[in-house]
Design a protein around this ligand. Structure first.
Ligand SMILES: [Zn+2]
Length: 327
């Protein structure tokens, strides 16, 4: 078999494994092993080593054909030092040198990258950003994560804190964010915050809406309920949905002024709404964008789903251990 890199994506529930060939495309199916219950560092390293061995067996790889292993993990972390600084819900992993420990355990060189950056890189290589020169990804889930790929490289910044697209300010003096700023995009564009602020408004204003009835009946509403109500022509839900789309579009316009990417990709749970999400964002994007010149940035939904992290991590390893650029 030709040369390959193996990608590992450390999640709260599963550790995923993927294989990427020299063409920077998946060379096999992504599979997963359960993340050790208490995330004991030694157990996590052992699971990663086991998954790599299983990949080698499954595809009858020769060790000398594996250039290296790329690991994607939740941040904050240091790519340069290969260290996890802290993991939410994984206190035992604080300041843990994951990259070198895994490299040692499997006897292959390794890289460490933020999982959101790895996913953005995968979309750039072989997903919704294929063929793009530059790509910016927004992952809309509990929070808003993402990554920036400029001229084939993931942007990190001087202190490795770059690319935090969820914390660009879209409303000065707006909703407080746990990061300490006010008016971050995350407070307006994440599934959790959409539902949270909708609940607040319903309790305060009691609008005539099926969401008000639902909240009274079940005690909670989520982003999916808002989307469903929106589809049923509920005016209040439509207003909430449109407001979210507006702020996402404002974020996209600022990103365009800074980086002029040809592709902006949305990933995460919210993108299950598909064109119902993308359509209004595109409309506001056009309305808020400058008129001085035409903007050629296209907005798209991510293509690789939950496999993106493992594929992107392997792509990062290719970049680190092979001298030829991806494209
Ligand atoms: Zn913030």
């Amino acid at each position: 078999m030709a040369k390959t890199c193996i990608g590992i994506d450390l999640g709260g529930t599963f550790v995923k494994f993927g294989l990427v060939g020299e063409d920077r495309r998946p060379a096999g199916e992504v599979f997963s092993l359960p993340t050790p219950a208490k995330a004991n560092p030694d157990d996590v390293v052992a699971v990663m080593a086991r998954g790599v061995e299983q990949t080698i067996e499954k595809y009858s790889l020769r060790r000398e054909d594996i250039l290296g292993v790329g690991i994607g993990a939740p941040g904050p972390l240091s790519v340069k030092r290969g260290i996890l600084l802290q993991l939410p819900n994984m206190q035992t992993m604080r300041n843990f040198p994951l990259r070198d420990r895994v490299a040692e355990a499997i006897g292959l060189p390794a890289t460490l990258e933020n999982d959101a950056n790895a996913a953005a890189y995968a979309e750039y290589l072989c997903g919704a950003g294929e063929g793009a020169h530059d790509l910016v990804m927004f992952t809309l889930g509990t929070g808003v994560g993402g990554g920036i790929v400029l001229e084939g490289k993931v942007l990190h910044g001087a202190n490795e804190m770059g690319g935090e697209v969820g914390h660009i300010i879209v409303q000065p003096g707006g909703r407080p964010c746990p990061c300490g700023q006010n008016g971050c995009l995350e407070q307006y564009g994440s599934a959790m915050n959409l539902a949270r602020y909708a609940t607040k408004r319903i309790r305060r204003e009691k609008p005539a809406s099926r969401l008000t009835d639902l909240l009274e009946k079940t005690g909670a509403i989520d982003a999916k309920a808002i989307h469903d109500a929106c589809r049923a022509d509920d005016a209040f839900a439509g207003e909430l949905w449109d407001e979210m789309a507006y702020y996402l579009a404002v974020g996209c316009v600022s990103i365009c002024r800074l980086f002029d990417p040809d592709r902006i990709v949305f990933a995460g749970g919210m993108t299950k709404a598909g064109e119902d999400l993308l359509g209004p964002v595109r409309r506001h994007f056009q309305q808020q964008n400058w008129t001085m010149l035409e903007t050629h940035t296209t907005l798209a939904i991510a293509a690789l789903g939950a496999d993106a992290g493992a594929i992107g991590a392997a792509g990062i390893a290719w970049d680190a251990f092979d001298s030829k650029p991806a494209r």
